[in-house]
Design a protein. Structure first.
Length: 482
């Protein structure tokens, strides 16, 4: 699976409310097979296809064993017809039948007379998860058994079908683990990708996934690194190998980046990798890898915070803006871990504030303000100071308050209320939004917000009245709950 395919898979996974559709390459019988996941296609039948078989368009999906007068077996036969329109109609009909047709579709996906019939059967097997549960006990083991087939292509197809079955594939986990060791790279690649959606259930397979980081095929190694990234804390036993990959300058860049990001997702359990990540941050020649290492260090937790703060502070002077940005956010996170227990937090706050004041770009100012917000309550007084400085700093500080927890922002209610009279409509709008986010603790700002909602001048790009009105509603609603 190349990087673009992986991105397509991850994007599809994010669309949790949609079902997924499985499709083979046209070259099913000619060597390697590829795959892609995308939201299920519409089941509406084209007019010319309907005319080809006289099919009617039902108003809703049916769970009956027949559709348009034909049985499942009859539609399966038509899936192998010579006429493309008839095949298309059969595909749509079987997809509409749904779960009752799934056992027959799975059989056709493996034993259909030609590549197109097998492809259409695989696509039609995409059914809503609630329907799949009705036949999962019958279908999942049957597909899992195909992972033992001698034919590489059939094993590959089995992995892809099981992947498309989502949560109902749980009982096939041992077979997936075995497929990670398959002799065919396409099977290994598809099998490791399937674990990305399993969460805690993938934990026993992490050691086997880690071994694929050393696979002879670059695509499989990339897939393994992205799966560990998706698994996050579940992959904590992978920390030593991931850290070694990040530090290996001879390794593929994309794998190094994915490994660094995976370490960042793992959280406090990454503490054993901190020394190596610090070395990468300070010495590596690849700015993207340095930036990824900086981001990972921000999640090292209390145990690693004191070690990473000095390195992250140094990286605020890095020549690359991405590294500076990542270091700024991470040093704020690291300082938050030790806030109230370490005197160095004050030095971090001062350094971030000074860099915000010296920054010339709005984006840089916003980054440093966000980093201050990440520190937590100790940084709120500094953000309040910035609210009284230049217009650019006021705006940056307001954006920082968007990341401050409502309870932590309570001391700023007075300063934020004064900004409701600022001459800059963007500042007024952001101040109103910040007060609304604070909730009932900002009740003293209601008169000013109500006045702003009623009388503030109209602006094409800044709907300040609406923002103020929304803040009023939010504060009143929050106050009524107390």
């Amino acid at each position: 699976m190349n990087l673009l395919n992986w991105v397509a898979v991850v994007v599809s996974i994010a669309l949790v409310s949609t079902d997924l559709i499985l499709a083979d390459d046209a070259g099913d019988d000619g060597g390697n097979t590829g795959f892609l996941y995308a939201p299920c296609v519409s089941l509406a039948l084209p007019a010319d296809v309907r005319r080809a078989t006289g099919a009617s368009e039902p108003e809703s999906r049916t769970t009956e064993a027949k559709y348009d007068g034909k049985t499942i077996a009859e539609w399966i036969t038509l899936l192998e017809a010579d006429d493309a329109n008839i095949r298309g109609t059969a595909y749509k009909a079987l997809a509409r039948i749904g779960a009752p047709a799934l056992p027959a579709l799975v059989e056709e996906a493996f034993n259909g007379k030609d590549a197109q019939a097998r492809q259409l059967a695989s696509q039609a097997a995409c059914v809503p998860r609630e329907e799949l549960r009705k036949v999962a006990a019958e279908v999942v083991p049957a597909v899992a058994q195909r992972l033992l087939d001698k034919d590489d292509r059939l094993r590959h197809r089995a992995v892809l079908l099981l992947w498309s079955f989502g949560p109902e594939r749980k009982e096939a986990l041992p077979v997936f683990v075995k497929a990670l060791k398959d002799k065919d790279k396409e099977v290994r690649d598809a099998a490791v990708g399937a674990f990305s959606q399993m969460g805690d259930e993938a934990k026993p397979a992490v050691p086997d996934i880690v071994t694929l980081l050393d696979d002879k095929d670059l695509g499989v190694r990339l897939s393994a690194s992205y799966v560990l990234l998706e698994l996050g804390p579940v992959a904590k036993t992978a920390v030593p190998r991931l850290a070694a990959i990040v530090g290996a300058t001879s390794e593929d860049r994309e794998i190094r980046l994915a490994a660094a990001r995976a370490l960042g997702r793992i959280g406090p359990d990454v503490k054993t990798a901190v020394p190596g990540l610090v070395e990468v941050l300070r010495r590596d020649r690849d700015h993207k890898v340095r930036a990824a290492a900086a981001s990972a260090l921000g999640n090292a937790g209390v145990a690693g915070a004191k070690t990473v703060i000095p390195a992250l502070m140094e990286s605020l002077e890095d020549a690359d803006p991405d590294v500076r940005s990542s270091a700024a956010v991470s040093v704020g996170q690291a300082a938050h871990f030790v806030a109230g227990t370490d005197g160095d937090v004050k030095a971090v706050i001062t350094a971030l504030a000074n860099r915000l004041r010296a920054a010339n770009r709005h984006d840089d100012q916003k980054i440093f303000a966000s980093a201050l917000a990440a520190v937590g309550p100790p940084a709120v007084p500094t953000l309040m100071e910035l609210l009284g400085e230049s217009e650019e700093r006021r705006l940056a500080a307001l954006r920082g308050f968007a990341f401050v927890k409502p309870d932590d922002a309570k001391p700023a209610v007075g300063a934020l209320t004064r900004l409701l009279s600022d001459r800059n409509p963007e500042i007024r709008g952001n101040a109103a939004a910040a007060l609304g986010a604070i909730g009932s603790a900002a009740v003293s700002a209601l008169p000013a917000l109500e006045r702003m909602a009623r009388d503030d001048p109209d602006f094409r790009d800044h709907d300040t009245r609406r923002t103020a009105g929304g803040a009023v509603e939010r504060i009143k609603e929050d106050n009524s709950k107390e």
